[in-house]
Design a protein around this ligand. Structure first.
Ligand SMILES: C=CC1=C(C)c2cc3[nH]c(cc4nc(cc5[nH]c(cc1n2)c(C)c5CCC(=O)O)C(CCC(=O)O)=C4C)c(C)c3C=C
Ligand SMILES: [Fe+2]
Ligand SMILES: [Fe+2]
Length: 355
């Protein structure tokens, strides 16, 4: 393993021993928007058996015969639209939050950013923490709702790396934080800015989707989740059902925003492949809303804590275009938490929660 050290790398000193490491982890993004880097990213991401949960051989064929040759160039085009001078927003917000959180937590903590796919890798960021002789490590996957494809995959990679360490420090994983009041307040504050500017006919809460079978596989009793109204209310039986967690996130946001029944919808975006994904699908809902004469929509994306391809391009551009094609007039995306103060405060609480 080749560990790259940067000038800001902490080194083991008497002062670092006994501190707590905080590993913040987001999904990952290509190193550049060029096709070879996008292909490399998609290969690593989609070869993860928690993301595409089919047999290794079928996954390998899908990635190498379809995704790498055909999807990668298409995705690269969209990544070029997303890219800023500073790079991919997912990564630049991650770097900003890493620095802000370090400042907010102070000297007793060492904060490191990692990406589940591509760079900085979990392996390299953990190796930097290992050298410090820390007492504890807290891992915070940047996914508000638990899913095997996101949070579960981060856990698996962290455990794989740590299993090779001689000394394993005390370890804590933050499993989900959709109901943290500051996380909710962050989206409420962002949304209220737009609601103060004008009236909206409808509010849409669009979450990243998942193949239905991934939800059903997580229901060990085989009896709880029917992917229908059973996900509408959160309870101890469906605490790990991603669909139920998304409806719960909507319920908490709706309460704080003071929205009335019938003025909002929860939906799921980013479908890939031909198998059924969790419903309702965001594009179907947009067509239905426009068909009902809805002219203006405010769209939240509360499964992402940083703006990325799925928010800026998919919701901000592609769904806007679809809505307007169907007769809609005004479409507005609410920005994600990004590098906001309230998001850093949320993270401080999540780190200190154990005390
Ligand atoms: C089977 C495919 C996919 C599953 C399952 C999946 C789950 C999942 N993803 C996120 C968060 C993000 N996904 C992003 C991009 C993205 N996702 C998939 C596929 C699956 N995701 C693809 C193919 C892509 C790449 C984009 C494309 O080519 O269309 C991103 C954005 C990354 C960026 O660089 O901006 C995020 C974030 C979650 C939280 C999740 C499970 C709940
Ligand atoms: Fe995704
Ligand atoms: Fe469910």
């Amino acid at each position: 393993m080749n560990i790259q050290t940067s000038p800001t790398t902490h080194t083991t000193t008497k002062k670092s021993i006994g501190k707590t490491g905080v590993l913040i982890v987001n999904l990952g993004t290509p190193d550049s928007p060029n096709t070879p880097d996008v292909r490399k990213y998609l290969r690593e991401f989609l070869m993860d058996g928690r993301v595409i949960d089919i047999s290794y051989t079928s996954r390998w064929m899908l990635i190498n015969l379809i995704i790498a040759p055909f999807r990668a160039p298409k995705s690269a085009k969209v990544y070029k639209e997303l890219w800023t001078e500073a790079g991919s927003p997912l990564k630049t917000y991650g770097v900003a939050v890493e620095e802000m959180l370090q400042k907010a937590l102070g000297n007793e903590y060492v904060v490191k950013l990692a990406m589940r796919y591509q760079s900085p890798s979990i392996e390299n960021s953990l190796a930097e923490l290992q050298q410090l002789g820390l007492s504890k490590i807290t891992v915070i996957p940047f996914f508000p709702q638990y899913a095997s494809a996101s949070t579960g995959s981060v856990y698996e990679e962290v455990m794989r790396v740590l299993s090779q360490w001689q000394v394993m420090p005390e370890l804590r994983f933050v499993n989900r934080f959709l109901d943290h009041p500051k996380f909710i307040e962050g989206f409420v504050q962002a949304g209220k800015k737009y609601l103060a500017e004008r009236d909206y006919d409808h509010i849409l809460f669009s979450y990243h989707g998942l193949p239905e079978r991934q939800i059903l596989k997580g229901d060990y009793t085989g009896k709880q989740c029917k992917l229908g109204s059973c996900c509408d209310t959160a309870n101890r039986h469906n605490q790990f059902c991603y669909r139920a967690q998304c409806f719960e996130t909507t319920r908490l946001l709706v309460k704080e925003l003071g929205l009335e029944e019938g003025t909002y919808t929860t939906a799921f975006q980013s479908r890939l492949g031909k198998t059924p994904w969790i419903k309702p699908y965001t594009d179907d809902i947009i067509k239905e809303l426009a068909g009902r004469g809805i002219k203006s929509v405010l769209a939240f994306s509360p499964s992402f804590v940083a703006d990325c391809l799925e928010t800026t391009i998919e919701i901000g551009d592609e769904y806007k275009e679809l809505f307007e094609e169907q007769g809609g007039e005004h479409w507005q995306l609410v920005e994600s938490l990004n590098d906001s103060k309230i998001w850093v405060e949320t993270l401080v609480d999540l780190v200190k929660q154990e005390a």
